[in-house]
Write a protein that binds this ligand. Structure first.
Ligand code: ADP
Length: 296
């Protein structure tokens, strides 16, 4: 079993330490009396947030951050007070999607102040990195620490909904969010139609089921290509994979978002596509997600 570093350890000479093969490298948790105020702080902050919603996918590049960003903005346009937390620590893309890539976090002495996009409160590891291209090389415990900080030490204020954009898969970050932001009120699952993506996303659904997090529904993104000239839809990838998988897993299906060059351009320009005459089918899909969240 892994040992904790000795109290006198300053972790500066791990290579020559006699305990290096058994030591966890993680300092022992402080005595309970010191952690209680921290937990109280976390509970106080989360107590002002009515609903916490996770956006998950099995694979990267399927449009999870695009869905999370546009969902947060769509909720805000439905008069909700909304926060958007990007915990994709190794690949934060929310700052760019909201044209906030040059913004940096400041504190007021008590808390970190979230960035704002037309009233939407936003926090991302991207706002803390000296350069947008810097790589974050952290193991699980470090990630949990920063996620705790994002939940506990950010001045979110009173929110109707906090949308949490998770990295793909079911690793440290989703688990940390589920443990710290308990109870998470629901998960929105994003997939593309191909079987390779839908089979990965089944794991995300099982993860939620194991942790008792309601799966609100599945979005099938990149479902058919919309020709920018004539509007005709071509099914580059097979269509319907997300819907079929949702039916097999017995979870709701929200609908499709076609592969649309205007969505890619909007993300690159830092403007959520939902703000600018989103295609009807995509709009209907987002309307259904918003209704499901508002019903919670
Ligand atoms: P993930 O968060 O799953 O890694 P992103 O949301 O970052 O994926 O999307 C990856 C890329 O695909 C981005 O450039 C985004 O603009 C683009 N994209 C996502 N969904 C669509 C879509 N429906 N149509 C066109 N481009 C899209």
């Amino acid at each position: 079993m892994a040992e904790h570093p000795k109290p006198e350890c300053d972790k500066s000479s791990c290579g020559s330490c006699s305990s290096r093969t058994t030591c966890s490298g993680i300092p022992e948790a402080p005595p309970r009396s010191e952690t209680v105020p921290e937990d109280q702080k976390l509970q106080h902050r989360l107590g002002k947030i009515r609903r916490k919603i996770m956006v998950m996918s099995g694979k990267g590049g399927v449009g999870k951050s695009t869905v999370a960003t546009n969902l947060a903005v769509h909720l805000m346009l439905a008069d909700q007070r909304v926060g958007l937390l990007d915990v994709d620590i190794h690949g934060p893309s929310i700052p760019q999607m909201l044209h906030l890539e040059h913004a940096r976090v400041v504190g007021d002495g008590e808390a970190l102040l979230p960035l704002e996009y037309s009233g939407l409160k936003v926090m991302s590891i991207g706002f803390l990195l000296p350069n947008a291209d810097d790589a974050v090389i952290w193991r699980g415990p470090m990630k949990m620490t920063v996620i705790r900080q994002f939940l506990q030490d950010v001045a979110w204020g009173d929110l109707d909904t906090l949308v949490v954009d998770l990295p793909p898969g079911t690793g440290d970050e989703p688990l940390s969010v589920c443990q710290l932001a308990t109870p998470v009120d629901g998960a929105v699952i994003v997939t593309t139609p191909q079987r390779i993506s839908t089979s990965d996303v089944r794991r995300s659904i099982r993860f939620c089921q194991k942790l008792d997090i309601p799966v609100l529904g599945v979005v099938e993104n990149m479902s058919g290509f919309v020709c920018p000239k004539c509007g005709e839809i071509t099914h580059i990838f097979k269509s319907g994979g997300g819907e079929k998988m949702a039916a097999e897993m017995n979870v709701p299906f929200f609908g499709r978002v076609p592969l649309d060059p205007r969505i890619g351009v909007a993300s690159d320009n830092g403007v959520p596509f939902i703000c600018n005459q989103a295609p009807a089918e995509s709009m209907e899909t987002f309307d259904r997600i918003v209704s499901a969240i508002q019903a919670l």
